[in-house]
Design a protein around this ligand. Structure first.
Ligand SMILES: NC(=O)c1ccc[n+]([C@@H]2O[C@H](COP(=O)([O-])OP(=O)(O)OC[C@H]3O[C@@H](n4cnc5c(N)ncnc54)[C@H](OP(=O)(O)O)[C@@H]3O)[C@@H](O)[C@H]2O)c1
Length: 340
């Protein structure tokens, strides 16, 4: 099998990481077409070559077996339905389709068997929800999961290139002196600060990120009644989202039983002792779990972290493609070997 693959948003934080992960995991690709909001010569690198990025348009997107969307909230909404009708598989990093009842929300280590042959639209879950679910799925499996409360510590690059650039410019101005740039991506300047708001607040006081993480966690874990509350906080970190999580199990369990479950779980690195921080996790495809403690025989706390651009977005997206290939669910839109 040799695929024709398009990446919409290839110049962005997630899109560029998708290109890296596709290279690293040696996905069989004949033709890779990067798209953005405008034409840019030689703007991205793939397999040692600089590729031109084209402004996305519906005709140019046709003829690809797989289209990754990492281009903001509206690009997939505009193009996905037509591409699927033409036979492509769409793997979408936006929130647009995640909660639709007819599409699975897949984190391959947790619910890969939710994908069936007829699924052509595969959203990638919210990055914080992926990290939390990776950490909580082993708990659900050994002792049941009754509820969880989490405070998150979310990196600047979670708000894309613009978020990272704003944070770095703010940090530079504080170190070097001069005028601090105004906060435009974040509701307050992020350097030397923490901001207890990720996304817009609704009438109940919940932020958009908190709502998404709660709903998507329930969907991924298959626990629609899970008691879950979140406080999502932006912190002055480049990359990797962390969370401090309190959780309650359905059945009595022990630290040893939970530790064994984390040690067995694919994609989890369990730290029995010591700590793990975002700078150590940046670039890793694993979710790290540390500081596991017992409050009682059914209440526990832990710390978890994942690189939200990799496992929280690009790596999970590429793992979904790998799963489709392994299951034989991809059909080519072109004659094999017909690279352009
Ligand atoms: N950042 C994260 O940690 C993260 C994690 C999980 C999911 N996501 C989701 O992934 C998506 C991409 O996020 P990001 O952080 O990578 O954003 P980003 O860094 O701002 O990049 C956005 C990309 O989309 C392109 N783009 C913007 N508007 C477009 C349009 N109308 N049509 C086609 N392309 C368009 C941009 O192209 P130009 O460069 O040409 O403008 C750029 O390549 C979003 O839906 C986001 O919610 C992000």
């Amino acid at each position: 099998m040799s695929l024709h693959v398009a990446v919409v948003g290839a110049t962005g934080a997630v899109g560029e990481t998708i290109l890296r992960v596709l290279e690293e995991r040696s996905i069989p690709i004949d033709r890779l077409s990067p798209f953005g909001s405008r034409d840019r010569a030689g703007a991205v690198r793939f397999r040692e070559r600089q590729l031109d990025v084209r402004a996305v348009d519906p005709v140019a997107l046709q003829g690809h077996d797989v289209v990754f969307f990492a281009g903001g909230e509206d690009a997939s909404d505009r193009y996905a339905a037509k591409l699927i009708e033409l036979g492509a598989v769409v793997i979408d990093n936006s929130a647009t389709f995640r909660m639709r009842s007819d599409v699975p929300l897949v984190v391959p280590e947790i619910n890969g068997d939710a994908i069936r042959r007829e699924h052509r639209l595969l959203p990638v879950a919210n990055c914080t929800a992926i990290v939390l679910c990776a950490a909580l799925a082993p708990v659900r499996d050994v002792a049941g999961l009754h509820g969880m409360h989490a405070s998150t510590y979310q990196a600047a690059s979670g708000a894309g290139r613009a978020g990272l650039d704003e944070f770095l410019a703010d940090e530079r101005s504080l170190v070097l002196g001069g005028d601090e740039p105004p906060a435009t991506v974040f509701p307050r300047p992020l350097a030397r600060n923490v901001i207890p708001q990720v996304g817009a607040f609704d009438a109940t006081g919940y932020s958009g990120e908190e709502r998404k993480v709660r709903e998507e966690t329930r969907k991924i874990l298959g626990l629609p009644e899970l008691r879950a509350s979140l406080t999502c906080v932006r912190v002055p970190v480049r990359t990797a989202h962390s969370a401090a999580v309190w959780f309650e199990t359905e059945r009595k369990t022990t630290l040893d039983e939970l530790a064994a479950a984390f040690n067995r779980a694919p994609g989890i690195v369990f730290h029995r002792d010591g700590i793990v921080t975002p700078r150590e996790v940046e670039g890793s495809d694993d979710v790290h779990v540390a500081r596991l403690r017992a409050e009682s025989d059914h209440e526990f706390v832990l710390w978890c972290i994942g690189d939200q651009l990799r496992k929280g977005a690009a790596t999970n997206a590429v793992q979904i493609l790998e799963l489709l290939i392994a299951k034989g669910y991809l059909s080519l839109q072109h004659a094999p070997g017909a690279a352009r």
